[in-house]
Write a protein that binds this ligand. Structure first.
Ligand SMILES: [Zn+2]
Length: 195
């Protein structure tokens, strides 16, 4: 899902963790950071043959699993939680387009936004758009289910932050930046496709 959703889930997990572990600012921020940072592997997209960052090892189950294991061995709760949020990010990404989950080259996931048929004809489908990326963006925001999840996760983030970690209220602000990035992209592509 979009990076703002991952960010919001990071805030939820960090806020619940804060309730139990009384985290400091750096620890609270670190959990949120681990929830969204792997989406920045998009800058390494060129290293995948399909230029898809979700095929890179960073978007597989392994980095989170290693971190989780290290945390368990060291009995260090913060590392365990960071490993868990990395894995949560990966599992969430299996629901929309799927990912190279085990880094075996096979895209795995529920893949609610694309059918097998569409995947086979993806080149033809993308050629119907002025910008191929429009297909993915319109499909995402055109899905009532995904838009509903966006809203629910946003509300959960606000509730968790206000009731469990209000001293870190300002750490919800980057959410709006990430949401704005995706929404601006959507509006821009709408204009291009309608022009
Ligand atoms: Zn992702």
């Amino acid at each position: 899902m979009h990076i703002n959703v991952h960010y919001a889930i990071g805030v939820v997990v960090a806020s619940i963790s804060h309730y139990f572990l009384n985290l400091n600012l750096i620890e609270y921020s670190l959990i949120i950071f681990c929830a969204f940072i792997i989406d920045f592997d998009i800058v390494f997209s060129k290293y995948d043959k399909d230029n898809n960052h979700r095929n890179l090892i960073t978007h597989s189950i392994w980095p989170g699993s290693v971190m989780l294991l290290v945390g368990l061995i060291l009995l260090y709760p913060l590392i365990v939680i960071c490993g868990a949020v990395l894995i949560i990010h990966i599992l969430i990404d299996t629901f929309d387009w799927g990912i190279n989950l085990f880094y075996t080259g096979k895209t795995i996931g529920v893949r609610l936004l694309i059918s097998r048929e569409e995947e086979k004809n993806i080149k033809e489908i993308l050629s119907n758009y002025k910008v191929g990326h429009s297909f993915f963006v319109f499909r995402y925001y055109g899905s009532k289910g995904f838009v509903s999840v966006e809203v629910i996760v946003f509300v959960l983030m606000m509730i968790a932050n206000i009731f469990l970690a209000v001293e870190f209220w300002y750490l919800v602000l980057p959410y709006f930046f990430f949401f704005g990035f995706h929404f601006y992209e959507y509006k821009k592509l709408k204009n291009i496709e309608n022009s």
